[in-house]
Write a protein that binds this ligand. Sequence first.
Ligand code: NA7
Length: 546
Amino acid sequence: MSAAVTKTTASATETVEQFDAIVIGAGFGGMYMLHRLRGLGLKVRVYEKGDGVGGTWYWNRYPGARCDVESMEYSYSFSDDLQQDWNWPERYGTQPEILRYAEHVADRFDLRRDIQFETHIVSAHFDPAETLWSVTTDKGEVATAPFCVMAVGNLSTPRVPDFKGIEGFKGNWYHTGMWPHEGVDFTGRRVAVIGTGSSGIQMIPIIAGQAEHLHVFQRTANFCLPARNMPLDPEVERSHKAEYPERRRAAYDTPFGIAGYPPPVKSALEATPEERERLYEDKWQEGGSISFLYAYNDLLLNAEANDTAAEFVRAKIRSIVKDPVAAEVLSPNSHPMGTKRLCLDTNYYETYNRDNVTLVDIRNATIEEITETGLLADGRAYEFDDIVFATGFDAMTGAMREMDIQAGQGETLVEKWDAGPRTYLGIMVAGFPNMFMITGPQSPGVKSQMILSIEQHADFIADCVAHMREHGLSRVEPTSSAEVDWVDHVNQTADATLYPLANSWYMGANIPGKPRIFMPYVGGVDRFKRKCDEVVARGYEGFEMT
Ligand code: NA7
C-alpha cells in the first residue's frame, strides 16, 4: 500500500511518500525489478537520474557505441512474446537500437507510471525501529519503503580525471558517458581522444572519419578483436527464436551466461604452434570475444598459454598497422589478454593508417595539464578544438559510494567498503538490512551477459521478498559469517586466475586512491546460479530473516 503523510519537523514541513519498495535506477535492472515487484502486488517507486529509461544505453550516446554481446543474447528473456516479437537488425546492437528496445519494454509493460525521472537520490537511511528505508532526492523529497533496491549500474559514474586546467579549456570537451543527446559533429575539427578502452576504441574510427585531425592519447594498449558486425541473418534469427527458451536456460549453465559455445577441453600448451595458429585464425575471422577466449581452457588461467593468444593478436596488429612504431605502441604487453575487458572493434587498428590520425604514447608520461587551447603531455603542447574523455567510470561501487547510505547501526556504506566492497553474493551487505543490489560487486554481473545476470538477481530478490511476505517476515540481512565466506571465495576464485594481474577497472585501478581489490566474481554464472539456488533451497542460507 502507498500513502503520503505530512510530517512537521523543526525545520520544515515535508511530505513523505510511502511505498512497499523503492528502486534506484531505471536501466535494465531497475525496469525488470519494477516489473517483478509489481507482479507481487507491491507499490513501487523507481527513481531515475535521466529523463528516460535505459541506464548505460541512455547515457553512452557517443559515436559508434555498440554492445559487445550479440543482439540475440543481449535482451530480456522474461517474456517470450517480447523476445519473439522484437527484431534486431544487426549482429551487435547499436546504442540507439538498444535504447529503442528499452523504451519499447517500458511502454509494453507500462513501467513509466511508477518511475520518477530526472531525480537523483542523494541519501538512503534505514530506520531499524521502523524497518524502513528513507530516501531523499536531490529536490529534497523524501520517500520511505521497507525495501530498497540499488539498480544503479556498474558503469554509471563517469570519471573525468582530475586534470589541472580543465576549467580553462576554451574548446568543447565531452565524456563518453555523458554524451550530448543532440550528438556532436566533428567535421573539420581538431580533436583529441584520451583513453583507449572499449569506448575509445569504438568511437576513434568514426571520429577519424569526420575530424580534420585526430590525436589519440593512449596510456595502455588494449587487446581488440574484430567484431565482424553484420546485418542479422534472418535464418539465424529464426532458428535462434525457435530455440529461445532452451537457449536461455542453457545460458545459465555457462560461465559467461551465453549458450552455444562448447566449453574448451584442451590447454593451449597441448596444441602445436600450427594448430594454435589455425584455431586463433578461425576465431579471429569469426569475430567476438567469447569464441576467442574459448579457444583453449587455460587462456585466463596460465600466463604461458595466454601469451600464445596475446602474441597472435600482436602479430595481427603488426600486419594491419603500417607504421612499425605505431604498431609497437598499439601492441599490448602490460597485462595478459582478457584480464582487462576485451574490446571488439570495427576498423580500429586500420584507423592508424590514416594521415589525419596521430597516436600519442603516454605510457611513461602523463597529461600534465589541459591548457586553454589543448593540452600539455610529456613536455609538448598540443592544440585542439574538442577533447573527448574516453576515460571510463568509477566502476562497480562508484554510484553507491556517491550516495550517503546508512543503516542506523554503525558504519556508513562508504566506511564499510573502505578497503573494498564486502557483500554476500553481490546481492546484500551485512549491516544493511532490506537493501538489495542488482549485479552488485562480487556478483558475476560485469563478467557475464549482463541482462541475464540482471534477471537472475531481480528474480532472487523478488522471490526473497515474496517468501518473507508469505512467512510474515519483515527484515532480511546476510550474516557476517556468510559475507566473510563469500568475500573469501570471491578473492580465492580471482586469485586462481590471471585477472588480478591487470590494472583494470575490475580492480579499481583506474581511480587514484581506490582500494585495489578484484571486484567481480569470476567463478562463472553457472556456479553462481547454483550457489543462489542452493541458498534458497536451504531456507535462505546465510541470511537472517526476522
Ligand atoms: P575503460 O575501459 O575504463 O577505459 C578508459 C581508458 O581511459 C583507458 O584506456 C585508460 O587507461 C584511460 N585513462 C583513464 N584515465 C586516464 C588518464 N588520467 N590519462 C590517460 N588515460 C587515462 O572505459 P571505457 O568507457 O572505454 O569502457 C568501460 C566499459 O564499458 C568497458 O569495459 C565495457 O564493459 C563497456 P588505462 O587502461 O587505465 O591505463
